[in-house]
Design a protein around this ligand. Structure first.
Ligand code: GTP
Length: 566
């Protein structure tokens, strides 16, 4: 597989792994941040709801409890028939009426069952007695239930039968020496109270308040409120079951309520619940002042602070991809392209083409490799040239050896034939003349027989030396056979040739060969041929041979021309 393909596959694998890992890490991180932030938000929201709702209630409860401690009211509970006592108590209640948020109060006395009330308009200021409560009247159940509970104060939502509005009633027990003398308090208009507490139009956030039996006390949807919970059995109440369908959620919520109540410290707990088919984060706090729980439900999407950051992994992915592309580009530029050029150059060299320009390619290590490569090419090229030169030299030497006589160093018959052919060809082209001397040592067999073969060799070498020394620079001398020699004389005439032949004959005759203690001399017969016109080489050789035989026939140690022979 090509390096570039491997690299791109590797890059793709790295890119996909990186994308997957970073996406998972990012999702996990975002999720964790969202959950953490959601919990923090839920806690703040719950505390905010709690204080927003609780503040007005606490104020009213505090005032109502102060009112319940007024001696004038306790006196009235005991001596209600005394007009002076009633007047004093009414004055006190009127004073509190102005302080109450709703500018209304009520007082119900256990002994008489009489119910006193005045509203914000003060229309009952002179005659606050309204009616007498009856344990048989359903609308009066609240009074008897509150009395029976023995709890110092309670918050109860109930319609005001006289005004036709629903009120948040703050019911405080009137006690003296352990005896419950009645219930006094005030009411806040529910519609207004809801607007301030649970119906604040906060998108993605729903708030409920429930009592300890988990009956709904405050809800933006008034239909869900369990009015007059105190006067009902637990089974009759509208409870959180209407909000949460999952029994496990309700159980967890119940357990959380118990835990929160134990701490009593206003701590907030959060849990994920299924609210009407949607996943919601529920923040829950206990309101010990009223014995309620604040349930704040937050939409999951409203908690996703990092929802808008999904582009971040895309940006990271893009940056990574760009980095990979740049890396790929640089890899091509710095590594793959130089290697491709070197490969191409190698192919040229494999074909024997050493003459290509050596490109120094790449950077750093690739450049060093490129230089080493070209140094190697240079070395191989020089070695080849040197090898070729040596082979040529050796070939020439071998060729020369095939044309040289090993004993005398003169041309052998083959070398001589080559020179003869070339000279004949040259003459055919350029004209000119040439002649041949054919020499044969006389009675050489006897020399060998008498003085030995080694002595014969010495005689042959001495003859060669004579020829070598007496030939002109452009003549060729060769050993034609055993004791036969030939001299090729270009640009010559017959007379000159005869003269040369005579000088050679004379010189050989005067040679003295030392064969041990004995010296000996020998003679030579020479045939001269100088063609008068164009002649083939064979014809010339035949003529020279004949001239030599003529010299032999003439008694040896003499020179004869081919013309004399014919
Ligand atoms: N020592 C020596 N003898 C050689 C060499 N080549 C040829 N001979 C001898 O030369 C002699 C030639 O003898 P022949 O051809 O009978 O002729 P000849 O004895 O020279 O007589 P003519 O040529 O008729 O004068 C032979 O005995 C060869 O052995 C050589 O290289 N060295």
């Amino acid at each position: 597989m090509k390096l570039s393909v491997r690299f791109y596959l590797l890059m793709t694998a790295i890119f996909l792994s990186f994308s997957l890992v970073s996406w998972l890490a990012f999702s996990d991180m975002v999720n964790e941040i969202n959950v953490l932030w959601g919990k923090r938000f839920a806690e703040r929201q719950v505390l905010f709801d709690k204080h927003r709702t609780l503040s007005p209630l606490i104020r009213e409860i505090k005032l109502a409890r102060q009112m319940a401690a007024e001696p004038a009211l306790l006196e009235m509970a005991l001596h209600e028939n005394d007009a002076a006592v009633r007047r004093r108590a009414t004055r006190v209640m009127e004073r509190y009426r102005f302080d109450f948020r709703d500018h209304s109060y009520f007082a119900a006395f256990a002994r008489s069952g009489n119910y006193y009330f005045n509203d914000s308009a003060g229309q009952y200021s002179d005659r606050p007695y309204r009616y007498t409560l009856s344990p048989h009247e359903k609308r009066d159940y609240w009074f008897y239930a509150t009395m029976k509970s023995g709890v110092d104060y309670q918050v109860n939502l109930d319609p005001d039968v006289h005004l036709g509005v629903v009120k948040v009633w703050i019911n405080v027990l009137l006690k003296s020496g352990g005896e419950v003398l009645g219930v006094i308090g005030t009411g806040i208009d529910l519609t207004e109270f809801l607007k301030e507490s649970v119906d604040i139009n906060q998108p993605g956030v729903d708030t409920f308040f429930v009592d300890k039996s988990l009956a709904i006390q405050l809800s933006a949807d008034p239909k869900l409120i369990d009015y007059a919970s105190i006067a009902k059995t637990v089974g009759e109440r509208i409870k959180i079951d209407v909000l949460f369908k999952n029994p496990e959620d309700i159980e967890r919520l119940r357990q959380t309520a118990i835990d929160l109540e134990k701490h009593q410290g206003g701590e907030v707990s959060t849990l994920w619940v299924d609210y009407r088919g949607e996943k919601r984060l529920l923040g829950m706090a206990y309101l010990p002042e009223v014995g309620w729980y604040d349930l704040t439900l937050m939409d999951e999407s409203s908690l996703q602070v990092l929802r808008g950051f999904t582009w971040l992994p895309l940006l990271l992915g893009t940056i990574f991809l760009m980095a990979m592309l740049i890396l790929g580009f640089l890899l091509h530029r710095w590594v793959l392209n130089p290697i491709a050029r070197l490969t191409k150059a190698t192919e040229h060299i494999q074909r024997g083409n050493y003459d290509i320009e050596p490109p120094i390619v790449g950077k750093g290590e690739i450049s060093a490799l490129s230089r080493s490569f070209w140094q190697m090419v240079e070395f191989v090229r020089n070695a080849n040239v040197e090898l070729e030169r040596k082979v040529n030299e050796r070939t020439q030497d071998l060729l020369r050896l095939t044309e040289i006589d090993y004993l005398t160093g003169l041309l052998n018959r083959r070398g001589m034939t080559d020179k003869l052919e070339k000279e004949v060809a040259r003459q055919a082209r350029q004209g000119g003349s040439m002649g041949l001397l054919l020499l044969d040592l006389d009675h050489f067999k006897q020399v060998n027989d008498k003085y030995g073969h080694a002595a014969g060799d010495l005689a042959i070498c001495a003859t060669a030396n004579v020829l070598r020394s007496m030939k002109r620079s452009y003549d060729y001398a060769g050993r034609w056979g055993g004791e036969e020699f030939m001299l090729l004389l270009p640009e010559c005439n017959e007379d000159e040739m005869v003269a040369i032949a005579e000088r050679i004959r004379e010189a050989i005759r005067n040679l003295h060969i030392e064969a041990g203690p004995r010296n000996f001399s020998f003679t030579v017969s020479i045939g001269v041929h100088f063609p008068s016109g164009p002649q083939t080489l064979d014809a010339m050789l035949q003529q020279a041979d004949k001239a030599l035989y003529a010299a032999k026939d003439a008694g040896r140690d003499c020179v004869r021309t081919s013309r004399q022979q014919s």
